[in-house]
Write a protein that binds this ligand. Structure first.
Ligand SMILES: [Zn+2]
Ligand SMILES: [Zn+2]
Length: 361
């Protein structure tokens, strides 16, 4: 679509979030890019557990009905922080041109606060995320700062490229876990993000023993296909079953990727003295955690948030063009009209893979 046609169309189709269980497909104005932003025609946009939590119990993080400190966005808001698209217009200094295919990292950092200067742009003091704090990619068009846009290498199918942002999150988590070659690792939760963390770990390390814990169903054979050493279903005997499998000492690193109640305490129980627990899953309610066990066994608690755009996004895209079995977490491509139903499936736990929205459908 040319600039002239956009100027005459002026509105676009978007999925707009008003509150829990209230996402409406509407026609809204096509955004006007601000300084440093590109106008992107969205080709694919994923939805994830964060969006599903907003659907079932929000607004939690979504900047709806409250002023956001950075973007100043006030709801209703267009969600979608996992999008790829085609450049319509971009500032010349960005080096991006009309027609370029890009993936958006969505998390925007200021570049000058102490955390940005350390390279930890994902915990920037002025951080905001498209689709969480201001309008995102569940629309035909989105205005995105060019600093978070990364060119998609030639030859990557759109349905793979659409996994770039969640894979970047998985890679960042895999790095935060401080896993070493030879370690025994447990991952609690084999959903999309747990699976992408597993792919990240197996990409970064050659000699790992990885136990994946989740309920029976297609997620377990998928974890084995990705490269898990074994899978174990949760039960009252989980801690002893895991120790029987990996040794009485416990895991060197346990990654809690489910966000489910009680699982951080379980992660601590599965970890060896002096080992590491990485918290990934965002709990819906403040969790009760057995810190006694954590303290007396000197277990290190780590956390991970989003990804470092400049490092993790290009690496994710390179891996998607290469050997990573990312298609294993792909479910389907649907239209904007299917967003509400998809969020409901995600929130109810009946969706095991990644659904991508194609706004042109
Ligand atoms: Zn996400
Ligand atoms: Zn900053």
């Amino acid at each position: 679509m040319t600039n002239e046609t956009i100027a005459t169309v002026r509105t676009m189709k978007a999925a707009v979030y008003y509150g829990a269980h209230d996402v409406r497909v509407e026609r809204v104005p096509i955004p006007t890019p601000k300084s440093g932003e590109a106008l992107v025609r969205v080709l694919r946009c994923g939805v994830c557990g964060t969006d599903a939590s907003e659907w079932s119990a929000g607004p939690i993080m979504f900047a709806v009905d409250k002023q956001h400190r950075v973007s100043g966005h006030q709801g209703p808001m267009i969600p979608g922080h996992e999008f790829i698209g085609e450049i319509v217009t971009a500032p010349p200094e960005s080096g991006l041109a009309t027609g370029d295919l890009v993936a958006s990292g969505a998390g925007v950092s200021c570049g000058h606060c102490p955390r940005c200067l350390e390279g930890r742009t994902n915990i920037c003091e002025n951080y905001y995320t498209l689709g969480l704090n201001t309008n995102g990619g569940l629309a035909e068009y989105v205005a995105s700062p060019t600093q978070v846009l990364v060119r998609i290498p030639a030859g990557i199918p759109l349905d793979r490229a659409g996994l770039a942002q969640p894979l970047a999150v998985g890679l960042h988590a895999a790095r935060q876990a401080r896993v070493k070659d030879g370690d025994r690792v447990v991952i609690i939760g084999a959903g999309v993000i747990g699976s992408l963390i597993l792919m990240g770990l197996l990409h970064l390390h050659s000699d790992l023993d990885v136990t994946v814990v989740d309920f029976a169903g297609p997620k377990l054979p998928r974890a084995m296909e990705i490269g898990a050493t074994r899978t174990i279903e949760p039960s009252d005997a989980l801690a002893s079953e895991v120790r029987n499998a990996i040794g009485a000492r416990g895991a060197d690193v346990t990654i809690e990727a489910s966000g489910a109640p009680g699982q951080l305490t379980m992660a601590i129980a599965l970890t060896r003295s002096g080992g590491t627990v990485l918290a990934v899953g965002l709990p819906k309610r403040p969790p009760e955690v057995d810190v006694h066990d954590l303290i007396v066994r000197e277990i290190t608690m780590m956390s991970t948030n989003a990804h470092v755009c400049a490092a993790d996004m290009p690496e994710a895209l390179a891996l998607l063009g290469d050997r990573l079995p990312a298609e294993l977490v792909f479910d389907s491509v649907v239209s904007l009209d299917d967003v509400a139903a998809t969020l409901e499936r995600l929130a109810s736990g009946s969706l095991d893979g990644k659904v991508l929205i194609d706004p042109s459908l």
